[in-house]
Every structure is written in structure tokens, then in C-alpha cells.
Design a protein around this ligand. Structure first.
Ligand SMILES: C[S@@+](CC[C@H](N)C(=O)[O-])C[C@H]1O[C@@H](n2cnc3c(N)ncnc32)[C@H](O)[C@@H]1O
Length: 419
């Protein structure tokens, strides 16, 4: 976040008879709001909610804690609407208006991603329900993103009772040498991610904690880690972990005795995060973390990959580990696996079938991709979800969530002889 960057987005607002402006920052890639008014402690929740719904942003000049309370009050109004946030004109064209569904993330979000509590309920075919769920999520984020906070250089917040949040902001946004404006919602995302990073996530398979950085996929759903911890491990010389994220799967393999592991990721935040975690766990000498698009050069006896589970366009950079346009990473892994497996080696693909229950991808498509890449399935190891969403009867997507199975597909390059 330095001022040398070209074409820095700016946000402007009228204040004390003049037009003022500052840099605009949005991790989610939201454009600067076009209409901004100055607001303070006299703003009541109903009026703020109306402004936010109309697309008028409010730059806060009052007490910081009151801004937090106001955001919660706006959220309650969004969530209380029986049909949920109303789609805008473009969205009304794209989908029928009758159903807006679901109230939670489908998967572990990246640290810092906004919360999706309280979205409205309805029925509908799984695919339609999924798309409407995502539209409602986007609409909720848009409304809640209308309360803005000013920052001075060094991420200082020039508001009454504002805490010192420069550490959380620096972790999420990097150093800052000039004032800027950002949404309170994104700020709270950075604060949540900072706390998560400090405390870490318990990982039973490691008997230790993993500390996710801002924007990196967090292993809060332990089932898939347990699959990698328990699948039969025949050869332990060299493994690749493709898309390592926090480094959790590389750490599990190292703990299981794999002598050398090359862990790749394309995201610089994930690379830093994996390096930190692997060093903390004492695996710095066993695991080499490399920036790469999918596979490193060479071949390995074991290649592990946990790609995003749902095909779809990420709405924000923080969703990239959950939504993958046209299953790009999944298909790249399948297509490249045979070229990178050592003779007799195995590929371990970790994948939930939630996309199948939502009619976003079929089992035939998946197995067709295996066949086209010359891969045979040695065995599939399954595990049921344990996370609370799977047991939430009030969730309109409960049938899909309840039916979800996460699998570790053991794949080989050569056809397997069956007895
Ligand atoms: C679902 S996350 C899994 C992270 C970690 N392996 C785990 O199981 O917790 C997918 C990871 O793949 C990374 N990724 C996405 N596309 C990639 C690519 N083309 N090459 C390497 N890594 C990629 C993402 O940055 C992300 O960290």
C-alpha cells in the first residue's frame, strides 16, 4: 500500500463545504463508492440501512465503537428481511426473484473472508439455490461494505476510541505511507484473520496448530487432513504438495516420514504462510516451499493436491481457495499428474462431492477427466463431514450438505490390474 502505485483508486466526498478525497483500498476488489456522505454518532441504524441499500456510502467521523455497533445493526436489518437482500436490476435479470437461500459458507473460508451468517432461507433446485445463495452473499457484502473508515499513514485510525489495529492491517494490507479509506467490514475481516493467525487452528493429525495468514485457506475442516494422515503410504522418498496453502498437508506427510517434500503454491501469501508454519513445526529441512503454477519440475512417488472444491467464479480474492472457475486447478492437476508421477507412484486427490450434490459437476465428468488423462483409480477413501453446518436442519441446502462425502482418490498413471 504505497503511494507510488499508478492509477490508485480514489474516493471523494463533500465535507465542510469542499470536496475531499483519499486513496481507496478494497481487498475484495470493490470499486470506490460513487456517492459518499460524512456520518457520525447522530446517524441512526434505519437511516444508515436505507443509505447503504441505495448505494450511498457513509464515511465515519464519530466514535469507533459506535461504528461497529451501527454495522451490526445494519447486518440485523439485512438478515431480518424475509426474502433477504433484494437483488439489483442486473441480478433480477439473471435469476428468478422468488428464492434466496442459505446462510453459511460451503467450505472453510480463507482467513479474513466476510461472514455469511443469517442469509435468508428458501427452496429450489440445488443449482439454482446455489447461485441464489451466492447472489445473496454478494448483495449482503455490498450493503455492509457501505460504512467506511478513514485511516492515516501507518494504518492509524483517527476516530474516538479507535484501537491500535496497525498490526492486523499491516499483515493484511502491507505497509502504508499515506491516508486512505476502506470499509469497516473489510477492517473487521483483517482483525479476525489476525486473531486466527495469532491463536492458530488445532490440527489433530499434527498434534499441533497451524497458523493461517490473511487470505490463506485455513484447515478448519479437519476431515480432509485426516484422510491424508491415514491413507496407506507405500513410498516415502519424495512427495509434491500442489497448492500447499498453510502447508498443512506437507506437514502431515513430513510427520508421516516422507523424507523430502516440495510444496508449491501460486499465491505469495500462501508461500509465506507455509514457510512460517513448516519452520515452526520443525520441518524446514524436509519441506521446500516453491512458487509454481501447479507442479515443480521432475517426478515424485507421491503427489498430493487439495484443489478448491466448487466450480465457480470467486467473488473476491479471498474466495479463490473455495471457488475455482470451471474447476481449472482440479483439471490441471488431473491433466498433469501422469507426467509428474515416478514409476509406480500415486496421486492423492482430495475432493468433496458437494459440487455433485449441487449439480455443479457430475461424477461422470470427474471420472471422464481421469480416463482422458490416462489415470486409473486405485482406491477411494471416504470420510463424512463433522462440521456443524452439515447438521443444521434449518439450512435450506441441508440435503446437499448432509449427503456430502469428502474423498481421497488414489490415482495411478498405469492401468491397475484387478484380481
Ligand atoms: C483449497 S486450497 C488448499 C490448501 C492446502 N493444500 C490445504 O489442503 O489446506 C488450494 C490452494 O491452491 C493454491 N493454488 C491455486 N491455483 C494454483 C496453481 N495454479 N498453482 C499452485 N497453487 C495453486 C491456492 O493458492 C490455495 O492455497
Amino acid at each position: 500500500m504505497t503511494t507510488q502505485e499508478h492509477s490508485v483508486p480514489m474516493v471523494s466526498w463533500p465535507e465542510r463545504g469542499e470536496t475531499r478525497s483519499a486513496r481507496w483500498f478494497s481487498e475484495s476488489g470493490v470499486a470506490p463508492p460513487r456517492r459518499v456522505i460524512v456520518a457520525d454518532d447522530r446517524m441512526n441504524a434505519d437511516r444508515a440501512y436505507r443509505y447503504a441499500c441505495e448505494g450511498t456510502a457513509m464515511l465515519w467521523r464519530g466514535d469507533f465503537n459506535n461504528a461497529r455497533a451501527l454495522l451490526q445493526a445494519i447486518a440485523r436489518r439485512v438478515d431480518a428481511k424475509p426474502d433477504g437482500p433484494k437483488p439489483n436490476r442486473m441480478q433480477r435479470k439473471a435469476a428468478p426473484a422468488r428464492a434466496v437461500v442459505a446462510d453459511g459458507p460451503f467450505d472453510a473460508p480463507a482467513a479474513g473472508a466476510g461472514n455469511t451468517e443469517g442469509l435468508p432461507k428458501a427452496g429450489g433446485a440445488p443449482k439454482e439455490a446455489f447461485h441464489l445463495f451466492r447472489m445473496a452473499q454478494a448483495q449482503r457484502a455490498r450493503i455492509l461494505g457501505m460504512l467506511l473508515i478513514p485511516f492515516d499513514a501507518g494504518h492509524a485510525i483517527p476516530l474516538r476510541r479507535a484501537p491500535d489495529l496497525h498490526k492486523a492491517c499491516s499483515e493484511a494490507r502491507g505497509p502504508c505511507d499515506s491516508p486512505y479509506v476502506s470499509s469497516l467490514r473489510e477492517l473487521l475481516g483483517a482483525v479476525g484473520a489476525h486473531q486466527w493467525r495469532r491463536k492458530g487452528v488445532e490440527v489433530a493429525a499434527l498434534d499441533d496448530r497451524i497458523h493461517p495468514h490473511y487470505g490463506v485457506f485455513a484447515p478448519v475442516r479437519g476431515e480432509y487432513v485426516d484422510l491424508v494422515d491415514s491413507a496407506p503410504l507405500a513410498v516415502t522418498d519424495l512427495a509434491f504438495d500442489i497448492g500447499t496453502g498453510t502447508g498443512v498437508l506437507a506437514a502431515v506427510l513430513a510427520r508421516r516420514g516422507v523424507k523430502r517434500i516440495i510444496a508449491t503454491d501460486s499465491d505469495p501469501r500462501a508461500l509465506d504462510c507455509a514457510r512460517d508454519n513448516l519452520a515452526r513445526l520443525g520441518y524446514r529441512n524436509k519441506v521446500e516451499v516453491r512458487q509454481a503454477d501447479m507442479f515443480p519440475d521432475g517426478r515424485a512417488s507421491l503427489i498430493v493436491c487439495n484443489p478448491p472444491w466448487l466450480p465457480g467464479k470467486p467473488a473476491t480474492p479471498l474466495e479463490r481457495a473455495v471457488y475455482d472457475p470451471e474447476s481449472r486447478m482440479l483439471r490441471a492437476f488431473i491433466a498433469g499428474l501422469a507426467h509428474h508421477l515416478a514409476p509406480g507412484g500415486e496421486g492423492w486427490l482430495v475432493l468433496s462431492d458437494l459440487a455433485e450434490h449441487l449439480h455443479l459437476r457430475s461424477r461422470e465428468e470427474l471420472t471422464g477427466w481421469f480416463a482422458a488423462a490416462g489415470l486409473a483409480v486405485i482406491r477411494k477413501h471416504d470420510i463424512l463431514p463433522r462440521h456443524p453446518k452439515a447438521f443444521d436442519a434449518a439450512d435450506p441446502l441441508a440435503p446437499a450438505r448432509r449427503a456430502e462425502v469428502t474423498s481421497l482418490w488414489r490415482l495411478a498413471a498405469a492401468p491397475v490390474q484387478t484380481a
